[in-house]
Design a protein around this ligand. Sequence first.
Ligand SMILES: N[C@@H](CCC(=O)N[C@@H](CS)C(=O)NCC(=O)O)C(=O)O
Length: 219
Amino acid sequence: MESVVIYADYLSQPCRAVLIFCEIAKISYKFHEVRVIKKQTLRDEYAKVSPSRTVPTMIHGDLILYESHAIIIYLIEKFKLKDNWYPNDIIKRALVNNYLHWHHMNLRLGCGWYVFNRWAGPMFYGGILKDLDVICNERREDAFQVLERILEKHKFVGRTDEVSVADIVCYCEIVQMLMVDIDLKGYPQLQIWFDGIGRIPEVQKVHKTFFRLLPRLKL
Ligand SMILES: N[C@@H](CCC(=O)N[C@@H](CS)C(=O)NCC(=O)O)C(=O)O
C-alpha cells in the first residue's frame, strides 16, 4: 500500500491534530513541510497538490483530502483505530460530529484566526485587522464558556465518556493561546481537561516543536 503523505506546518493547529493521529495510528508517513508564514501555501506548485492551497493536505494513493477533520476521520477508519476516537455508536458519533462542526466557526475563529491575524496579519493583510481582532475575542470567550459548561457535566468536550477526536482538535486550538498569554483563568474545568489532554504521549510528541519555539513565538 502507498504511504500516507502529509503536507503540514508544525505551527498550524489543524496540522498538529492530523499529525497526532498519524502517531496514534503508528503509520510511517511522508512529511512535507509547507511553512504558512513563508507563504509557501500560496505557491503555484502547491496548488497542484492542495486544491485549497492550505495545510494540512493528505495524499494516500489517488485520494487527496484538504480538510483536517476529513483527514483524521479517514485515518481513524482506514487504520482501524480504537473506537473511542470516533465512535461507531450512532449517538456517540453524533455528539462527536456535533463538536467537529461547531469547532470551525467558534473555537477556531476565536483562537486560530485571532493568532493568525496578530502573527501573520502584517504580512498577509498589511496590518492587524482591528475588526477581526474584536470578533475573535468575543467568539473565543463565548467558545470557552460553551466548553466550560460542557466540562461541568462531561469528562470530554465531545460529551463522550472516553477521549475522542474532538478533544485532540480542541486542544490544538487552545494551546496556541500560549503565544498571546491568554490563559484559562475563570475556566477551571477547561484548565483541568486541557492539562489532561496535554499529557497524552502523542500530543506531547507532536507539540515538541511548538513548545521549543514558543519563547520566540510570543506576540
Ligand atoms: N478548515 C481547514 C483549515 C486549514 C487552514 O486554515 N490552514 C491554514 C494553516 S492553520 C493555512 O493553510 N493557511 C494558509 C492560507 O490560507 O494561505 C482544516 O481544518 O484543515
